[in-house]
Design a binder for this molecule. Sequence first.
Ligand code: SF4
Length: 459
Amino acid sequence: MLLRHTPTEIKERSALTVNPAKTCQPIGAMYAALGIHGCLPHSHGSQGCYAYHRSALTRHYKEPVVAATSAFTEGASVFGGQANLVQAIDNIFTVYNPDVIAVHTTCLSETIGDDVPQIFAKAKADGKVPEGKYVLHASTPSYVGSHVTGFANMTKAMVDYFAESNGRRAKTVNLIPGYVEPSDMTEIRRIAELMGVPTIMFPDTAKVLNGPLTGKYRMFPEGGVTIEELKKSGSSVGTIAMGRTASMPAARALDAKCKVPCEILGLPLGLHGTDAFVDTLRRMAGVSVPAALNLERGQLVDSISDWHQYLYGKRVALVGDPDQVLALTRFLVALDMQPVHIITGTPAGKKYEKSLREAVAGVPADVNIKVPGDMLLFHQWIKNAPVDLIIGNTYAKYIAKDEDTPLIRYGFPIYDRLGHSYFATMGYRGALRLLEKLLDAILDRKDRDADDIDMELVM
Ligand code: SF4
């Protein structure tokens, strides 16, 4: 087994991360930027960073992720990257003609101290940004935070650069869906449409990173929020930010800049998470919940009550991004399961950790929580106190194999399975799918381990 060397004995570590449960800021910034229609993400740093970020997203989404790079060499590392970025902006608009270029920095350009707004001013003064085209940037030094921080920073940049108030309140509600799958963004929008609420969602990677194969390559796919919509977001009646870590900075910035009131929720995942979203949307837009949505909710409640007996008391180890981990923890607790080892690699803060501890307050077992923690500690906890199920990204499969424990792949990245881009886990329908995955994992193991005499035909 690949991780057989993991020691059971846990030693206190304060300045060493082994097997991180996160990746670097620009990956999240690049993902968010792809949620703007007609956008070419641009990595202001060296080619190695950019190649890694693109390949991480390409492997997860199985789509060609396009981006550009400032391609730093030794010269830029010493003298700064202004010349490279100005040249890049000129080349990109001339050759690829995007509507907008979204620049994110890397460790190297941050360490040099490149002033990207000043470089933009120079590019504009030199006539390198054509009329009707846009540039925006987010600062994404990867020696702090994680891909989730990068996503949050780029989403906030959309507000900082584009949102404006026209002095009137439109009926639209801004939805900031957080670092979720394109399928989840589609599902969140579908719920809003069912409720008859006009929305502006940003970022929006649906139809960008889960688009169809048509035989014709489109560098800038159909999906994504438009710059016009981003401008109008400053006149919406309110904003719902889903996931404190990924979405709150943008929602707060919009409130501060354009006085658009915001509600900060958890992800609309599971029964209660979706209830909170639907109820907030209902109040904000002044609409009622349609029968079709009540039906979906009722079907979820029915399925939970039908299958609850198989999930009751099952011990779960959970690793992932903070917003997902918190929402999943709440859902598992609502199912009477026991999340006992919980780690997120992103430094999400004391308030976040408090929410996590409150979520597991009623769990009748010892619960380990580490924010931020790493996969080595996660594995050691499982070795010391085994679980019935692991939930985590593809990297968790080595732990699952080593410990002979079922794994549900969830989060980012998933390099070795299909589904996440197309089948949502948000909303009532998504919760039903999650419930199915939980049951499949638990019941497959039950069947596998059952003596012949105990094999049940009907569950
Ligand atoms: S951690 Fe820094 S140097 Fe490494 S790939 Fe990410 S941005 Fe580049």
